[in-house]
Write a protein that binds this ligand. Structure first.
Ligand code: 13P
Length: 275
């Protein structure tokens, strides 16, 4: 099954070339989209598009569909190199009396390898605290799921000159809570400035690069081997701005929302971050 890549597979793939051993990723967060029939069509189009992609080996890819669709999407992407994730995970482990919850074990059992933790929509709409996010990260990592930790400042925080401080607080809270009990290959950080999400207004490559360099310093200062953690940019990434973002030395890939719902756009973004 191709959805079983290991850290060493990745390290051997050419998706790390030129990025100091960091894996290049393009990930699609489908959020609360689309309906089941269209989700199946989208997964089919991705698998077909990839099977025709011969000119250039692509970076690593992952998609995060609606949890309810995981099993069907997994069946479609089973033979493709696209990895599969879920957009949330319960703090409750295993099986048991937690009505409505989806544990890491259930997600893994449905074929997921990744989970998003700390997305700004969950921080703001569900009021997820750093303590809750730590519990989710631990549940995911200790159960064998890999995690994408999302961080990012709001517009008012940026305008108040607090962007770096906010990102540092979010990242450090989780690094400290994890207490070093994780493998650098199993965590990806996504910098998603809240004001750039779904607005059509991406961060400029200069601003994004500056924040990514800052995040990389924080990671490395915390633990030397964390310099190999991939740091992705998210927020209005489209085929037409992906090339410039991909040319920034500290941007290792993208976490794509809206544009990941069109197979052609998602694959175009993947090409921009490949090779
Ligand atoms: P958009 O690409 O739609 O701005 O969403 C970004 C995002 O939130 C990915 O997690």
């Amino acid at each position: 099954m191709s959805n079983n890549h290991t850290g060493s597979d990745r390290a051997n793939s050419n998706s790390t070339d030129g990025h100091h051993g960091r894996t290049r990723w393009v990930m699609g967060n489908w959020k609360m989209n689309p309906l089941r029939k269209e989700a199946i069509q989208l997964a089919d189009a991705l698998a077909t598009g990839l099977s025709k992609q011969t000119a250039q080996p692509l970076c690593q890819l992952a998609v995060f569909p609606v949890a309810l669709h995981t099993l069907e999407i997994e069946t479609i992407l089973h033979e493709s190199p696209i990895e599969l994730g879920c957009q949330d995970v319960s703090v409750h482990r295993g099986l048991g009396a937690s009505t409505g919850e989806l544990s890491a074990e259930l997600l893994k059992d449905a074929g997921a390898q990744w989970v998003l933790v700390g997305h700004s929509e969950r921080r703001s709409q569900q009021g997820e605290s750093e303590a809750l996010l730590s519990a989710k990260l631990k549940a995911a990592l200790e159960s064998g799921l890999n995690a994408v930790l999302c961080v990012g400042e709001t517009l008012s925080e940026r305008e108040a000159g607090r962007a770096e401080a906010v990102v540092a607080e979010q990242l450090t809270a989780q690094l400290v809570a994890l207490a070093d009990r994780f493998d650098a290959q199993r965590v990806v950080v996504a910098y998603e400035p809240v004001w750039a999400i779904g607005t059509g207004k991406s961060a400029s490559p200069e601003d994004a690069q500056a924040m990514h360099a800052f995040i990389r310093q924080l990671l490395e200062k915390h633990r030397a081997d964390l310099k190999t953690v991939s740091v992705l940019y998210g927020g209005s990434v489209k085929p037409d701005n992906a090339g410039l973002l991909a040319s920034c030395p500290d941007i290792d890939g993208a976490l794509v929302g809206g544009a990941s719902l069109k197979a052609a756009d998602f694959l175009a973004i993947a090409r921009a971050f490949s090779g």
